[in-house]
Design a protein around this ligand. Structure first.
Ligand code: GAL
Length: 756
């Protein structure tokens, strides 16, 4: 238990109801301490080598978490283990033994009793000399390390002691063994028969969930499996079965067969699909489970409701463009009282345009009316030096299109902001990432490549919709995608961006590493200062987004170089490891976030992604996506959607249009949440809001449901609070001293406590 100045809690962890995984068969566990040594020495291959003086290490977690913080390069793991013949007794597949070693970041060679048996996830079937350059090329950190040997392989010493030695190489960042499973056992039915859900997301028709495609793959080249496929769905809250269907199957060797399951479920109810294949002869089962999307965000009502930030920063004389975000039955009529001189509000679309010349805070009253009613809201325009007073909200092309971005795809994204209604919830920026550049011409003008025939015209089009445009470059000669960067052309490039009408610049370190290979603090800041000098010269407000993956603790000095946001980490991916690794490590940056100065834990990985051109549906489960949005809201993170907006399903849209979740992100106090409690399975993050309320996120990092008991002992939390469940937008009643809440696996509960 940990005391914090925000909340003090006792945490009771209870496993409730269904949604559990089945236990595995008979295996020798390897998730026990191994011997560990940094460095590299061929003598460590030998079974006879005495490693008893080596340190012990847990193989299921990276070495940085176990006292080897700055270790990059080589290190070895060794373990002595018996391989009993009895493992073969109840095996369905009698001829193959497997050694599973979780994952290894980045590369590995695995030796059994002094002989190489595997390398970077690939089996080495016969005696082979280790390859000296096994640690070069594309990182293998995400590959499962499963090494298979024939039972009569002489490298196995049955019923005797065996020595497994693993040579690992980390090319930077996290390093070494991690993840699960770690064991030795016979190859089993689940190793041969696989359920594959990567066909795409669940199908929706309008707001209803209709079906899901999946495939069954038999990876065995010779075995045929006959049995019964059962698919059932059960609610997570009470375990009640929603439906069940059974089919007899004959799964022939080396095949992949696609099936469709039709879904019957209330959209709001969290439920799980259970897949099971039972093989007739052995009675062995292969099973998988899949969370079904559930929508918590209520649909916008017919009455007008003004959304989006309540504060907006602009510099004197910069072109002003702000779209009043509002939902409600059209047509909506917009008006405003006390607009500063020089600004004009367009009554039919809510666009505010013009120029403000005088510095100052202008308290404006916005009004939106339709035939059902009227909504009013105070809106402060702060004309001064600081822009981006709330985190930017928009779309970025990278996570979906990668380098295949084009004018057409960017315009489609802008159109989709309008047609999907995202624009009515405060979504504003349409950002082009890497892949638009050509060369600088002989006069130093940056040219666009054939995919962007007319950048200015495209920007005008996007602005005409009430949206803003972002662009990307690098301080180095080349961008990360190999396109032309801004090195030595900073001034001209900045002017060009302004002429086109750019409102946001992501400036990515990339090849600047070649100019400053071991950058000092000064060198880390220099290229960012350099570009900002010219960005500040142009007559436009350009959000300045630093991208250098957190080097030199950028959150401590990003404001010094006048950045509006700065990436605190490497690139995010659509996996739980990546999302949770990044999201839950942001507490150290919290104190440095403020209006106009945002920590950026990278873009959203929901919906149809792919880093282009080929796309796939996010591999995050629905609960993980609730965690993603809840945490990014609490972290006051820039919200940049990274998916194909033309193919957005009802679930993804519901994640992105919850105005109460977005209001936490856009809270004008601009105070980023920090972690206030951490156990092995749960974390609690909290943030103060401008009106004195507290936003709290309860996160379950485990694979089982948990009940979290929260105690409000802190002096700042004395008194009675009205507790709001933010996703369904429902008051839960008064709380005073403590409360308990169920949190689903890898899921989140987002709460706001308001003074009673
Ligand atoms: C990476 C950056 C990504 C993306 C990419 C483009 O360095 O982190 O977000 O911008 O470059 O090449």
């Amino acid at each position: 238990m940990k005391k914090s100045n925000f909340v003090l809690y006792a945490l009771t962890l209870l496993v409730f109801l269904s949604c559990q995984r089945a236990p595995s068969g008979s295996k020798t566990d390897l998730s026990v301490p191994w011997r560990f040594h940094s460095g590299d020495d061929p003598a460590w291959i030998a079974a006879s080598f005495d490693d008893s003086k080596w340190e012990q290490i847990n193989p299921t977690d990276i070495w940085e978490h176990q006292g080897y913080k700055n270790l990059d390069g080589f290190a070895w793991y060794r373990i002595r283990v018996a391989i009993p013949h009895s493992l073969t007794d109840d095996a369905v597949i009698k001829d193959s033994l497997q050694i599973r070693l979780g994952k290894i970041d980045d590369y590995d060679q695995v030796f059994l009793n002094g002989e190489l048996i595997g390398e970077n996830g690939i089996n080495i079937a016969v005696k082979t000399e280790p390859r000296p350059d096994f640690f070069k090329g594309h990182s293998c950190w995400e590959l499962d390390r499963r090494y298979v040997l024939a039972v009569n392989d002489p490298r196995i010493h049955w019923d005797q002691e065996n020595v497994i030695a693993v040579r690992a190489y980390d090319q930077g960042g996290a390093g070494g063994m991690f993840s699960k499973p770690f064991d030795i056992g016979m190859v089993d039915l689940p190793d041969q028969i696989k359920f594959d859900f990567s066909q795409g997301g669940f199908a929706f028709e309008g707001d209803s969930l209709t079906s899901k495609q999946f495939a069954i793959t038999n990876v065995s080249k010779k075995e045929n499996f006959k049995g019964m496929l059962t698919i059932r769905a059960a609610r997570c809250d009470n375990g009640n079965q929603l439906f069940k269907q059974q089919t007899a199957l004959n799964i022939t060797p080396d095949t992949r067969t696609v099936f469709t399951v039709n879904i019957k479920k209330d959209l709001a109810v969290p439920a799980i699909l259970y897949f099971s294949f039972i093989e007739i002869n052995s009675g062995r089962e292969v099973s998988e489970q899949l969370e079904m999307p559930y929508i918590l965000t209520p649909k916008p009502g017919k009455a007008p409701r003004i959304n989006g930030a309540s504060v907006f920063g602009v510099r004197p004389w910069s072109p002003f463009l702000y779209k009043v975000a509002a939902t409600g039955e059209p047509p909506l009529i917009y008006s405003a009282e006390n607009l500063p001189e020089g600004l004009h509000l367009h009554a039919d679309d809510g666009l505010i345009t013009g120029l403000v010349s005088k510095k100052g805070d202008y308290k404006v009253k916005l009004k939106v009316t339709n035939k059902v009613g009227t909504d009013e809201r105070e809106f402060t325009i702060k004309c001064g030096d600081l822009i981006s007073l709330t985190p930017p909200m928009g779309w970025n092309s990278w996570n979906v299109w990668g380098l295949s971005v084009s004018d057409k795809k960017v315009r489609q994204a802008a159109d989709a902001f309008v047609s999907s209604g995202l624009i009515n919830h405060g979504w504003t920026y349409i950002n082009i990432d890497d892949g638009w550049e050509d060369k600088h011409d002989k006069n130093g003008n940056i040219l666009t490549n054939y995919k962007f025939p007319n950048m200015k015209e495209m920007c005008n089009y996007i602005h005409s919709l009430g949206l803003k445009v972002g662009i990307y470059s690098s301080p180095g000669p080349r961008t990360c995608g190999g396109y032309e960067g801004s090195y030595t052309f900073e001034e001209k490039d900045a002017q060009h961006y302004a002429d086109w009408g750019i409102d946001y610049l992501k400036y990515d370190w990339c090849s600047y590493g070649g100019i400053a290979p071991n950058p000092s603090d000064y060198q880390l800041k220099f290229p960012y200062r350099e570009m900002q000098k010219y960005i500040r010269k142009v007559k436009r407000d350009i959000h300045y987004s630093l991208c250098q993956y957190g080097m030199g603790d950028v959150w401590k000095w990003g404001n010094e170089v006048d950045g509006n946001s700065w990436r605190t980490t490497g690139d995010i991916e659509d996996s739980w490891e990546s999302l949770s690794g990044i999201g839950f490590s942001q507490s150290q940056c919290s104190p440095f976030s403020a209006p106009g100065r945002w920590n950026d834990p990278d873009m959203l990985v929901v919906g149809q992604l792919g880093w282009g051109p080929k796309l796939h549906y996010t591999r995050l489960t629905p609960n993980e996506q609730y965690t993603h949005m809840s945490l990014w809201a609490l972290l006051a993170a820039p919200l940049l959607i990274g998916c194909d907006l033309t193919q957005m399903d009802a679930f993804t849209l519901s994640l992105l249009t919850n105005d109460e979740v977005l209001a936490i992100n856009q809270d004008p106090l601009g105070k980023q949440a920090s972690q206030v409690f951490k156990s092995d399975v749960c974390q609690i993050w909290g943030r103060d809001l401008a009106d004195g309320s507290k936003a709290i996120g309860l996160f379950n990092l485990s694979e089982d449901p948990q009940s979290v008991d929260v105690k409000l002992d802190d002096p700042g939390l004395k008194g009675r609070w009205m507790m709001r469940d933010v996703w369904p937008q429902k008051d839960l009643g008064l709380v005073q001293t403590h409360f308990s809440m169920n949190v689903p696996p890898h899921g989140a509960r987002l709460l706001v406590l308001r003074k009673d």
